[in-house]
Each structure stands twice: as structure tokens, then as C-alpha cells.
Design a protein around this ligand. Structure first.
Ligand SMILES: C[S@@+](CC[C@H](N)C(=O)[O-])C[C@H]1O[C@@H](n2cnc3c(N)ncnc32)[C@H](O)[C@@H]1O
Length: 471
């Protein structure tokens, strides 16, 4: 399939490095103009917007804050948790709820924090400012909103109370203590360059013309570069290529591939990490969840990279191995889940070696592996798709929902299977379900365009229970 090129050109002087091609302007325009409608237009979100992954990240974050306090790295101010590319905000909402609960149950009562939901697209901030669950957290001084595009080398601009108005708004100052940064499905949406490597020669893809990404693509349709319908040309790189010696050094490291190979070069991702150091000069723990190989894998791939379309947006697999090399070269430390899952969570830490952060080091394993968010997601897909065939028992479904921490969307999707098993339920199981439904209702976070049936489920279930004295 070819997307229709709007202005393909064979004029070599109009070609630019792929990371600067109009594809990315289209992408930025899509997120800016669509706002939360982007998620109606097939940008996937359940993988990173559920209670399970948010709780896992909150466990790691609380451990990190406790480590910073224990080692005298804090300055007495609330810790900043800065989410970049927040989107619809469901992850952040669940994260804050989980952090508040964990703070009560784990040693860490003295830890205070402010969660910053940031995005380059102001339309998302406009939605969040008026969204009841978010407004409640803002009133409680737990959450703030900022426009932030770290790839543009700017600091976040506080837009909690207002839309952008040059007279009224101000950038936040660099932080006086280590910070926590979060970027989910962020790096895969940021501009990359594409490289072709053979021996010591590195060729960089140049592109001319502009693709029309708003073509009616299927959800997660994978596309070869040739199918973009733009003019492509692999040109040898002449060093120095980037205006930054560190970026060029990383590029040079890739030379010497023994057989032909390709790599995506996450140039905007590197700028994002650079910006994180400006925002948090005392260091940061950056938690990034995305599709891509584990940091210890090779940064090279054996075939030309492909991109995935999501309505009017696109994404590339994240070259976590290269981002990890960059952090290591800057004196930082990298960790990730050890198991291979459909999504990868990587921790970039520029504060201290892991053994000097013992709580963080301990919590990252259960949070990312034993309770691995994507392990659960794999089971969820199975249960959701094939429940009539698999016939899970009510006990099995309840167990799964406990592991999923009563994520409201998961409960709603599994409801038909649960309801089918109610006729043979025990009083204990009905009690568990009643408590779980209440928990889901309490966590409910509406998203425009998503039909949620949680309230209907609760009404039906509690009506069905009626005066069940055992429950
Ligand atoms: C694929 S969505 C992911 C949203 C959310 N993190 C999630 O997991 O559902 C990418 C988000 O990053 C934002 N974004 C894209 N480029 C950005 C940039 N350069 N700086 C900040 N945010 C950006 C978009 O506006 C969008 O909200």
C-alpha cells in the first residue's frame, strides 16, 4: 500500500535527514490539533494506561525518593515527578493514587511529591485542566500541568491555572534535588534518523516530500519506508553531522558493522535526555515504557526499519540499546525488566550506582518482572478474546483481577465472562467481587470517546445481589 504523497520531489536539494522530514511535522500537528481525539483515532493506550503499570512505577518512584532522603540528596521540597507526553492522563492519575496509598502502607510517610503532567500539545492540557479527577488532585496540591517539549531545549511552562499567555506564564526553575521522569510511548513517537551500516561506512536516510499520515490506516498497521510515498536517498554521513559532540560520538560508535545492518538513531530522544539533565541538574530516574529491545540487546537490526501507523500518528521501535549507551557514556546507570514482554520498561538513572540506591534496586525487580505489566497484558488478551472457548472459572477470573489491581477497563472487558460464572458463585466470591467493583468504581477515570460500563456493571451487580445476607 502507498500512502498518497502530497509533495514528493526528486530534487536532491530538497531532501533532508529523515529526523527533519515533514513526517514529524505532520505527527506534531496531529497531536496538537487532535488533542484527546488522537486516542479515538487509534493511538493505542491501554498498555501504558492501567492501574498495574502505574502502581509498579509508583513503587519504584517511592523507593527512589526514600533513597534520596536517606542519602541526604533531597532539599526538603516535594519531589517532582515529571511525566513527559502525558496524553490523556490516565497513567498519571493512577500513579498518584497508587503513590498516596503506598506512602501510607510502606515506610515513607515523610515523602512528599508533586506530579507534573506535561505535554507538547496544549490541547491535552486544556482537557486535563477541566477534567474532574485531575482538578481534584490540583486542588490538593498534588498535581500541576505544564507545556513541555524537551526536544526543543525548553523548560516546562506552568499552565496549571491558565492557557498559554506570554504575560502570565513562566518556566519552572531547574530542580534543586533529583527528580523522577516518566515517558510512556514517548520515545517511539519522537523523530529518529535512520542509518544503513556496512563496514566503516554509515549512510543516513534523507527524505524529500511529505507523506499524508491521515490516510485511513488500520490500527497498528506496519509500513515499509518505501510505502510512505516520499523520495528516499541513503547518503554517506560526513562527521561532524550533529551540532553536538556527544551525539556525534554515539553515531561514530556504530561504525564497523561486519555485515550490512540498519539502526534507528534516536536523535530527539537524546535531546530529551539532555533536557532532563537541564531540568534536573542533581540527577534523575527516568522510567520509559515503550516497544523496543532490552537495553543490553544490539542497537542494530538486520532489515530496513519499518514504522507503525496509528491513524494520523506513527511510531518506530525504540532503540533502547543506543539510549542506554548514551546514558552510560554520560556516567549514568541503566536497568530494565529482565524478562521479554510486549512492552519494555527501562530505568535511566543519573544519580548514583544501583547499590547506592538500595530501595530502588530492590523494588525494580518485583515491579518490573514478577508483576510485569505486559505479562499480565498477555493473559488479559487471552481471557478477553477466548473466554467462551477457554471457560475460565470465576475463581480464575477473580485471581486475575486481583493481579490486575482491579483496573476498571480490565474489569469492564472481562465482565461478560464474570457474569456468566455468577450462577455457581460462592458467597466468598460474591464478596470479593463486590469489593473489587467498588474499588474499580473508585478508580474510574473517564476518557473521551471510550464507553465505560463500570457504573452499569455496579448497578446491575448490586441490584442482582439484592439483599444477599451472606454478602
Ligand atoms: C503516543 S502518545 C503517548 C501518551 C501517553 N504517554 C500514553 O502512554 O498513553 C505521545 C504523547 O507525546 C506527546 N508528544 C509528542 N511529541 C512530543 C514532544 N516532542 N514533547 C513532548 N510531548 C510530545 C504527544 O502530544 C502525545 O500526548
Amino acid at each position: 500500500m502507498h500512502l498518497i504523497a502530497r509533495s514528493s520531489s526528486n530534487d536532491p536539494s530538497l531532501r533532508r535527514p529523515f529526523s527533519e522530514s515533514p513526517l514529524w511535522w505532520e505527527q506534531a500537528r496531529f497531536f496538537r490539533d487532535m488533542g484527546t481525539d488522537a486516542w479515538r483515532h487509534r493511538v493505542p493506550y491501554h498498555g501504558t494506561n492501567n492501574v498495574n503499570i502505574a502502581t509498579s512505577c509508583a513503587q519504584i518512584a517511592l523507593a527512589f525518593m526514600r533513597d534520596c532522603i536517606a542519602t541526604g540528596r533531597d532539599d526538603g521540597q516535594p519531589f517532582a515527578v515529571v511525566e513527559i507526553g502525558t496524553g490523556i492522563g490516565r497513567f498519571g492519575y493512577y500513579f498518584v493514587r497508587a503513590l498516596l496509598e503506598l506512602r501510607q502502607s510502606l515506610p515513607g510517610a515523610g515523602v512528599s511529591f508533586v506530579y507534573w503532567m506535561t505535554d507538547a500539545a496544549e490541547s491535552n492540557l486544556d482537557f486535563l485542566r477541566g477534567h474532574a479527577p485531575i482538578a481534584g488532585l490540583i486542588r490538593d496540591d498534588l498535581l500541576r500541568l505544564a507545556r513541555y517539549d524537551p526536544t526543543a531545549g525548553e523548560l516546562p511552562v506552568d499552565l496549571t491555572e491558565t492557557r498559554f499567555d506570554r504575560e502570565l506564564v513562566h518556566s519552572i526553575d531547574p530542580l534543586g534535588q533529583p527528580a523522577i521522569l516518566i515517558g510512556n510511548y514517548l520515545f517511539d513517537s519522537l523523530p529518529v534518523d535512520l542509518l544503513r551500516l556496512a563496514g566503516h561506512e554509515i549512510r543516513l536516510l534523507h527524505a524529500g516530500g511529505s507523506p499524508n499520515l491521515s490516510a485511513d490506516a488500520e490500527m497498528n498497521q506496519v509500513l515499509a519506508l518505501d510505502d510512505l510515498g516520499i523520495d528516499l536517498d541513503w547518503q554517506p554521513v560526513r562527521a561532524p553531522h550533529y551540532a553536538d559532540a556527544n551525539h556525534d560520538a554515539l553515531l561514530a560508535e556504530l561504525a564497523g558493522a561486519s555485515t550490512a545492518a540498519w539502526a534507528s538513531f534516536p536523535i530527539a530522544g537524546l535531546r530529551c535526555l539532555d533536557a532532563a539533565s537541564v531540568l534536573a541538574p542533581e540527577g534523575y530516574l527516568f522510567m520509559a515504557t515503550d516497544k523496543g529491545p532490552l537495553p543490553e540487546d544490539t542497537p542494530l537490526v538486520v532489515a530496513e526499519p519499518r514504522l507503525t501507523l496509528h491513524g494520523g500518528a506513527c511510531s518506530f521501535s525504540v532503540n533502547f540499546p543506543l539510549l542506554a549507551r548514551y546514558i552510560a557514556a554520560r556516567g549514568g546507570w541503566v536497568a530494565s525488566q529482565s524478562s521479554r514482554q510486549s512492552l519494555t520498561t527501562v530505568l535511566f538513572n543519573t544519580v548514583a550506582p544501583w547499590d547506592a540506591l538500595p530501595n530502588t534496586d530492590f523494588w525494580r525487580r518485583p515491579a518490573l518482572d514478577e508483576q510485569g505489566h505486559a505479562h499480565l497484558f498477555a493473559l488479559y488478551q487471552l481471557l478477553q478474546a477466548d473466554w467462551k472457548e477457554i471457560r475460565p472459572s470465576l475463581r480464575q477470573l477473580l485471581s486475575f483481577l486481583h493481579l490486575a489491581r482491579w483496573d476498571p477497563r480490565t474489569l469492564a472487558r472481562l465482565w461478560p465472562a464474570l457474569r456468566a460464572g455468577l450462577g455457581r458463585s460462592t458467597a466468598q466470591q460474591r464478596r470479593e467481587l463486590a469489593q473489587g467493583i467498588e474499588r474499580s468504581l473508585d478508580l474510574f477515570y473517564p476518557v473521551p470517546g471510550e464507553r465505560s460500563t463500570i457504573a452499569e456493571i455496579a448497578e446491575w451487580f448490586f441490584g442482582w445481589l439484592g439483599g444477599d445476607e451472606d454478602v
